[in-house]
Design a protein around this ligand. Structure first.
Ligand code: HEC
Length: 123
């Protein structure tokens, strides 16, 4: 029994170390990565090929003014928090079928965390 609880604490220690090893999200790296988004998304409030992403964090999906969203995005009723943005950016069509964002997705988890940190900071 004693041995088992020791093994348990060891596992916990290893898991904690693994978590700590994940680098914190970087606003600066996110800003650089945002270069992949700027052809469609502004950060100055103006609509382009896509809606402005200024203030998108914490906002409801399909709610930026001056942009014609797809019915899918308009009706989704998502609030763009960390979890929703992460799922959407990983695989836009899987997360929200029939949305019209022509972007395949970001496979790298750290890249997604960085971009989300940037979106949050640019609020
Ligand atoms: C080729 C153009 C294009 C690129 C590149 C692109 N997007 Fe989009 N994005 C769109 C369009 C168009 C929509 C609206 C989708 C709809 O109405 O279904 C959208 C919607 C969004 C939304 C939802 C906005 C809202 O107001 O609900 C987010 C968040 C988003 N994009 C983030 C990103 C990020 C972050 C990147 C870069 C990693 C990116 N997009 C790259 C065109 C693009």
């Amino acid at each position: 029994m004693r041995y088992l609880s020791l093994a348990g604490s060891l596992c916990l220690a290893i898991a904690t170390a693994a978590l700590a090893a994940q680098p914190p999200a970087s606003v600066q790296k996110g800003r650089r990565f945002f270069a992949q988004c700027v052809s469609c998304h502004s950060m100055d409030g103006s609509a382009g090929v896509g809606p402005t992403l200024l203030g998108v964090f914490g906002r409801k999906s399909g709610a930026a003014t001056g942009f014609g969203y797809s019915p899918a995005m308009k009706g989704a009723g998502i609030v763009w928090n960390d979890a929703a943005l992460d799922s959407f950016l990983r695989a836009p069509q899987r997360f929200l079928p029939r949305n019209k964002m022509p972007y395949a997705g970001m496979a790298n988890e750290q890249d997604r965390r960085d971009v989300i940190a940037y979106l949050k900071a640019a609020k």
